[in-house]
Design a binder for this molecule. Structure first.
Ligand code: ATP
Ligand code: MG
Length: 645
């Protein structure tokens, strides 16, 4: 293995040192209790871990705390009230700097307002908001009064929003008058209205004025302006204490594998792991300017914007816009302008930057950066090296963090001051966590052989249930290895000789060609390593002879078209060289877009269904439903051409 050891200067100052794994392994529950001790508890817990009703484990039973107090008030009390909590960068170029004291003021006002509206502990509140300071305020105000928050991506359709509002049975929806999308103001209040129409449990719609739309549709009695409501409220609010197991939020998975599941996360255990992993993985320091670019509705931002960094008192960048607006270098401009030190991004975005060439980041002073992170998909080694060299200047470790909505916080990831990095591997489980790759019978697979990724020991941030569908929670994750008490992650993976974990994709996306199991990620990484390919999605289409045949959808860097047979042959040969002859795509389809979730994940399921002649999959999670139409057209044209020749 080649490997990237931590730079000595980084390791010397790192929050977490080389003995962390051994220390945690000595007694994992004691380790988590120690990390829970980093938080402020109103009542200490009696039992660290109570597995009485597995899989609904309980952590820190008897303990009581207020999450918002931990994430805001604590820092003001500690004398950091005038330090910057948030540097908000708005889409049209406006911005706002918010201190911890100002954040506390707003959170308290909204907590009072919510109480005045009749919202009580346990009630659900849905946020349909872009990346605004108000989104952070609303999330923490809900935590403060014990209301259960569910954030819905601001770009979702009325249908997608309605499903989540109805599923949670929310009493309150918080939305905006409009949103900026790629630089233009778009009215959205009508979408919010459509989503809640006829849902009697929605008592109020609270509206944040963002774009200054005129003629905002209004239902008197139900609808309220945020600024009017907050102005009437006192900035003083007496927080209550909640049980460690009190529900904190419901997060819906992106729906790549079916109808989105509403995972329920609770307070004490979740915040313990969110807080500690943020501190350890991102080496959080008081003078950092930390930027996690995920949309706030995605689980990544729950843990690594809304709760984790705030619990550590970390100064953050909140960025409202799309990354390429008004120009492709916008993220780098923000990093240079605010002196960002830690940048947590996603492979899909890295591949987008790569299309523009290394000249793009080279045009900005990125010397403030000291650490990078990646999440959402396995990062193609090609993209990893590009990020390391052209954004990180060769000096910044990259923490590739494997986790899920279900896990609540990072599970497999390097410690930036300790772990030798391997591009494309999330490396090993974090201290206190334990995972394995096993076959269907639960036997560990030999090195290099794909199997099912399982988590073999309970962890504090684990989801407790699927909202209103506990049977689905048990069936999806816990039933397959009930005997062992393991959690089935739904991802395929392999472990190498050094014990590093390599995620191969979702179990459902594993290809089976003439009895050979092939990982979609590995094939896509091979395609992306070709100079003419910007993005790739590989799916298995049904085949009478081989079971499945490999179909690759590629976005090219040049303007190659469907009739470019030379490209097809070039890519087939390239994959054969990189992975092996068995992995050669049978068909290569040039497309201009791929269906992606809001978090940038490719929805292979939809394309696999299309190649099998099955339609009608759930597309409510797509960022852009039109992308699938584009792919369908390309597929039809490709099939017509294929069948003629
Ligand atoms: P659904 O469960 O509805 O399909 P989703 O799994 O996309 O939605 P998330 O919980 O946000 O929703 O995503 C978790 C998944 O993302 C993981 O199971 C894994 O497939 C992928 N993933 C996230 N981070 C990484 C990573 N660092 N390396 C490899 N895969 C990752
Ligand atoms: Mg999932």
């Amino acid at each position: 293995m080649t490997g990237y050891p931590p730079p000595p200067e980084f390791a010397a100052r790192a929050n977490v040192g080389p003995d962390a794994h051994a220390h945690a392994e000595a007694d994992a529950f004691a380790f988590w209790a120690e990390q829970a001790g980093r938080l402020q508890w109103d009542t200490p817990w009696d039992t660290v871990f109570d597995d009485g009703e597995m899989p609904t484990a309980r952590w820190f039973t008897g303990g009581r705390l207020n999450v918002a107090v931990n994430c805001v008030d604590r820092h003001v009390t500690a004398g950091r009230g005038d330090d910057v909590a948030l540097h908000w960068v708005g889409e049209p170029g406006d911005g706002r700097t918010v201190t911890w004291a100002q954040l506390q003021d707003d959170v308290c006002r909204l907590a009072n307002a919510l109480t005045a509206l009749g919202i009580e502990a346990g009630d659900r509140v849905v946020l349909y908001l872009p990346v605004l300071v108000e989104t952070v305020v609303a999330t923490l105000a809900c935590a403060r009064i014990g209301a259960v928050v569910s954030l819905v991506f601001g770009g979702f359709s009325a249908d997608a929003l309605r499903f989540r509002v109805a599923d949670t049975g929310a009493k309150l929806l918080i939305a905006t008058d409009g949103q900026f999308r790629r630089g233009s103001a778009v009215a959205v209040k009508a979408t919010a209205d459509e989503a809640v129409a006829g849902l009697d449990h929605v008592e109020h719609v609270l509206v944040v004025r963002r774009t200054g739309e005129t003629d905002v549709p209004w239902t008197p009695g139900r609808d309220l302006w945020w600024h009017e409501l907050l102005a009437e409220q006192s900035p003083v609010h007496e927080p209550a204490s909640f049980d460690a197991e009190h529900p904190l939020f419901i997060v819906y998975t992106s729906g790549t594998t079916g109808r989105p599941k509403g995972l329920v996360h609770t307070s004490g255990g979740y915040l313990t792991q969110a807080s500690w992993t943020h501190w350890a993985l991102f080496d959080a320091k008081d003078d950092d300017v930390y930027w996690c670019q995920a949309d706030l509705a995605w689980v990544t931002a729950h843990t690594y914007v809304l709760y984790g960094p705030t619990s550590n008192g970390t100064t953050q960048v909140l960025y409202e816009g799309s990354p390429l607006t008004p120009h492709p270098g916008r993220h780098f401009e923000v990093i240079a302008g605010l002196g960002v030190t830690v940048y947590y991004t996603a492979p899909t975005l890295v591949r987008t930057f790569m299309k523009h060439g290394p000249e793009l980041p080279a045009g900005y002073d990125l010397s403030s950066l000291r650490l990078l992170g990646s999440v959402g998909e396995a990062i193609n080694p090609e993209a990893w090296r590009w990020l390391h060299e052209h954004v990180g200047g060769g000096r910044c470790p990259i923490v590739d963090t494997w986790w899920q909505s279900e896990t609540g916080a990072a599970v497999i990831a390097p410690l930036p001051g300790v772990t030798v990095l391997e591009p494309g591997s999330a490396t090993v489980p974090l201290p206190g966590l334990a995972a394995a790759v096993v076959d269907d019978a639960g036997r560990p697979t030999p090195p290099g052989v794909e199997g099912n990724l399982v988590i073999t020991r309970p962890w504090p941030a684990m989801a407790r249930t699927v909202w209103r569908d506990h049977a689905r929670f048990v069936a999806s994750y816990w039933a397959p290895y009930a005997e062992q008490g393991w959690y089935l992650a739904g991802d395929s993976a392999s472990v190498d000789e050094a014990g590093y974990v390599w995620i191969g994709g979702r179990i459902d996306d594993v290809l089976n060609v003439s009895g050979h199991r092939l990982s979609s990620i590995e094939l896509e990484s091979a395609l992306v390593s070709h100079p003419r390919v910007a993005e790739a999605a590989v799916v298995g289409a049904p085949d009478d002879v081989t079971g499945q045949r490999i179909v690759a959808f590629v976005i090219t860097r040049d303007d190659a078209g469907a009739d470019d047979t030379g490209l097809t042959e070039e890519l087939r040969a390239h994959v054969a060289r990189r992975v092996g002859a068995i992995a050669k795509p049978r068909e290569v389809v040039v497309v201009t877009d791929l269906p992606k979730t809001r978090s940038g994940k490719i929805m292979r399921r939809l394309m696999a269904d299309m190649t099998a002649g099955r339609g009608g999959g759930d597309t409510t999670s797509l960022t852009d439903p039109g992308s699938m139409t584009t792919v369908e057209r390309a597929w039809d044209a490709h099939a017509a051409l294929r069948d003629r020749t």
